[in-house]
Design a protein around this ligand. Structure first.
Ligand code: PLP
Length: 439
């Protein structure tokens, strides 16, 4: 498998494990590999399997739609596209919202950047340090994680802003209020130099690939006040944080609600339950500043729209946001007590390999260090991934420059309490195995 795979695919595919994993099928919160082994999917695809693998309603919607028509392009209308657009516009919180469908998160952000630059007649973009927005030329060019961005030939001029990461950088020692104040002062200073020419700020409410790190609630509201004075747009990249994943809020921007909704939000991943779908929601005046240049061949495809409609209906009918809050909260507590057992836990030693367990809802990050040095340890993360795989659990890790030492746990939002318990037990064993290997 490995040799064949390497002969025809780029070297940078299937990198998580020493022996690549070939997935054949899934059901509920589980997937199976080519050898017939079953795994608990603690990464939900890549936060793509939002409700459950092989959800019967989605499978039925896809096959019924496929029997009618698979494709129509945005040259024409199709009923599932119109209905999904109406639903997403209403859910978005953006007034007078218009929805444009794409086939991925990258393309959604590309479209948002195109809209912002056209609307504002500027190619200057503010992005957060440590951010990730996709792998196209444009989105890699604004990604704050420089290791994703080997070329500096971006068509956009990007200014990087402090604030995405609470735990690193020059303001890490400050409390939330002082941190927010320092970041706003930094932004103000930057805007003083850049002036009103900036088109937009793009930001993830919780940085995903950057290691599930979150600025204090209210930070973007404070930023928004500054941006408004210059007419600068706020784009909330909700590719990972949308649809109730954080438990507390349906969208990540709502944690920063004081100043109201963003001017645009982008979405992808979970809405399609694994189908290729993304999109932008924007106020009509912004969306309609483009005319005939934005036809998408596959955006709004009836088959992905039908899948997303069925998926969203299931999510809302079963209030999976509430489940994410409840089961995610239990998982967070369980992992925190595994990392730092209380004195009553019968002398179980503290896990020196864990620096922090953090998260919201079913978006839980575990930051690892080398227990000997206290330094971030990508090797520890690799060891945990391998050991968890052995134990039958798949998890993710962060990427880019700073986050490969962070485990990312983001199961389907239908995770049950007993599955959370079982996964956490495997993870605890995997963390102890990694720790023993490192010291
Ligand atoms: N934005 C964020 C926040 C992401 O996490 C990702 C992918 O991980 C993207 C955009 C790009 O999405 P896609 O991989 O669907 O192109």
């Amino acid at each position: 498998m490995h040799a064949r795979h390497q002969a025809v695919l780029p070297d940078w595919t299937a990198l998580y494990y020493e022996q690549p994993l070939e997935i054949t099928h899934g059901e509920g919160r589980h997937v199976w590999d080519a050898e017939g082994r079953r795994y608990l999917d603690f990464f939900g695809g890549i936060l793509t399997t939002m409700t459950a693998h092989a959800l019967p309603e989605v499978t039925r919607a896809v096959s019924e739609q496929a029997a009618r028509i698979v494709h129509s392009s945005t040259l024409y209308l199709n009923r599932p596209m119109v209905e999904l657009a109406e639903q997403v516009a209403a859910l978005s919180g953006i007034p007078d919202a218009r929805v444009f469908f794409t086939t991925s998160g990258t393309e959604a952000n590309d479209a948002a950047l195109l809209l912002a630059t056209a609307y504002r007649h500027s190619n200057q973009i503010l992005a957060m340090r440590n951010s990730y927005h996709g792998r196209s030329f444009t989105t890699v060019g604004i990604t704050g994680n420089r290791s994703w961005s080997p070329t500096s030939l971006s068509p956009l001029q990007t200014l990087y802003v402090h604030g995405g990461v609470r735990t690193r950088g020059p303001y890490a020692h400050l409390d939330d209020a002082a941190f927010t104040e320092a970041c706003v002062a930094d932004l103000r200073d930057m805007l003083g130099q850049a002036g009103s020419g900036v088109a937009a700020l793009i930001a993830e409410p919780v940085q995903g690939v950057g290691g599930f790190t979150s600025p204090p609630d209210g930070l973007y509201a404070a930023f928004r006040e500054e941006l408004k004075q210059h007419g600068i747009l706020w784009i909330s990249d909700e590719v990972q944080t949308g649809w109730g994943r954080t438990g507390d809020h349906f969208w990540g921007w709502q944690a920063h609600d004081a100043a109201g909704p963003p001017d645009m939000l982008t979405f992808a991943k979970g809405i399609g339950n694994g189908m290729s779908i993304g999109g932008v929601v924007a106020r009509a005046e912004i969306m309609n500043c483009l005319d005939a240049h934005s036809i998408s061949t596959f955006g709004g495809s009836p088959i992905t729209m039908a899948a997303a409609r069925a998926n969203l209906a299931h999510l809302l009918a079963h209030d999976l946001q509430a489940n994410a809050r409840r089961v995610g909260g239990l998982l967070l507590e369980r992992l925190r007590s595994a990392a730092s057992p209380s004195v009553t836990a019968g002398g179980t030693p503290r896990l020196g390999v864990v620096r922090e367990v953090r998260g919201r809802g079913l978006m839980v990050g575990v930051e690892l260090v080398d227990p000997r040095t206290g330094e971030p340890s990508p090797r520890a993360a690799s060891l945990v991934l391998e050991a968890a795989r052995e134990g039958g659990v798949l998890i993710g890790k962060g990427g880019g420059h700073s986050a490969p030492s962070v485990l990312r746990i983001a199961p389907p939002l239908s995770l049950t309490v007993s599955e959370a318990e079982a996964g956490a037990a495997v993870l605890e064993t995997a963390l102890r195995t990694a720790e023993a290997e490192l010291v």
